[in-house]
Design a protein around this ligand. Structure first.
Ligand SMILES: [Zn+2]
Length: 405
């Protein structure tokens, strides 16, 4: 056989071998015997061993890793990411432009612009799950608190898992959580702007979004909380195009379910379940523990207290007062007694005495339960109170029922 004929045969064998390889790698059956029979004699042994190698690979390593559906999914994901990145670049450009336009409401303008853009490039199948549950009515009055508490726990767990996934996906390895890393990973633009009375807002087309934080908020920890809250709206409620949050939405009494959820999310994102020290929740709550959380996670004292109380196995609550009047309270699951808002602090409370100029005590004090709660269930059981006055007339009181044992 001439050199030329040999080379041609070898090339033909290589081509057949490639076809065999392709067929096996994409999960199809291929006939090796026909391939080997058609092969020139002098390379038959080599081809036979190459075919065995391919068969071994397909049998032991390959099938679990690369299937056609996986190829397809991967390609789709890459395409989706490319498309989102294009949208994101466009959003960035528009977000900067709207603030230069002469308009009374740049946020609404941006929402209109990106809303239109999204309609021009329709995408489907990415509707985020809505976590706002419909509780319905009709439950027995007695069962209600139990149902409410169980429902709240479930919802918190679901949101906590989601926040933890997002933190992990973004590559956050330890506290404090780098929110810019999280935002980048979610294709969220974060900008600081003049927002008037709005503390923070989110504009989204359902796929990418922009978070604006008020330039007037100088407190870094408060800004972090607001940013985490807006990220929460993006993750949980992005079927709505615009969210505008006032201070009350963020820090006041629970409002709409979406605001409650965004606040839970913010707390879980800033203090993710797997990064919070295991002692929090088990040890008797204290402001010292809350301080540990504030330093570790760069959150405000109130955010730290709320997280600690949410995890607590104790009957405890945080009561926030301003200028001597109770503004709001957050209670642990086991704390059933009612704390009245919009009433002056009881004269017997540590908070009242601190506000009237007394010097803070070294240790938490025990006070009568009716100082803090309406008609306590067991009036023999005192309450342990720790209060810190934090400025602007605000005082944070951490109260815990002292169990008899
Ligand atoms: Zn909100």
């Amino acid at each position: 056989m001439s050199d030329h004929a040999q080379r041609r045969q070898a090339a033909e064998a290589a081509r057949k071998f490639d076809a065999y390889l392709d067929a096996r790698l994409t999960g199809n059956e291929a006939d090796a015997s026909a391939l080997i029979a058609a092969c020139p004699d002098d390379i038959r042994d080599d081809l036979q061993s190459a075919v065995s190698c391919v068969d071994d690979y397909v049998a032991y390593a390959h099938p679990f890793r690369i299937r056609p559906s996986v190829w397809e999914r991967t390609a789709n994901r890459i395409e989706e990411l490319r498309r989102k990145r294009r949208f994101f670049e466009e959003l960035k450009r528009r977000a900067s432009a709207v603030w230069d336009e002469v308009t009374t409401d740049p946020i609404a303008l941006l929402a209109t612009q990106i809303g239109t853009r999204n309609q021009m490039s329709p995408v489907g199948g990415l509707a985020p799950p809505m976590l706002v549950l419909n509780r319905g009515g009709g439950s027995e009055a007695v069962a209600r608190p139990i149902v409410d508490s169980a429902w709240r726990r479930l919802r918190e767990q679901a949101i906590g898992r989601r926040a933890q996934e997002i933190v992990d996906d973004a590559g956050v390895t330890g506290p404090p959580v780098d929110l810019m890393l999280v935002a980048r990973d979610l294709l969220l633009l974060v900008q600081v702007r003049d927002l008037g009375t709005i503390e923070g807002c989110l504009v989204t087309d359902g796929e990418v979004g922009a978070v604006f934080l008020n330039r007037g908020t100088s407190n870094r920890r408060r800004r972090r909380y607001t940013c985490a809250h807006e990220i929460g709206h993006f993750v949980l409620h992005r079927s709505s195009p615009v969210f505008r949050d006032s201070i009350n939405d963020l820090y006041g009494q629970p409002g709409s379910p979406t605001e409650v959820e965004a606040n839970i999310f913010a707390s879980m994102l800033l203090m993710p379940p797997q990064l919070v020290p295991a002692t929090i929740g088990h040890l008797r709550p204290s402001l010292e523990q809350a301080d540990t959380l504030t330093d570790m996670f760069e959150v405000s004292l109130e955010a730290a207290c709320r997280r600690m109380i949410g995890l607590s196995h104790w009957r405890c609550a945080l009561v926030v007062s301003k200028d001597g009047v109770i503004e709001r309270a957050v209670k642990s699951d086991l704390f059933e007694s009612y704390i009245k808002a919009d009433v002056p602090l009881h004269r017997g409370s540590v908070a009242a005495s601190l506000l009237s100029g007394a010097s803070p005590a070294e240790d938490p004090s025990e006070v009568d339960p009716w100082v803090w709660v309406e008609s306590p269930a067991d009036d023999e059981m005192p309450i342990r109170e720790e209060t810190r006055v934090v400025g602007d007339g605000y005082a944070y009181s951490l109260i815990t029922f002292v169990d008899p044992d």
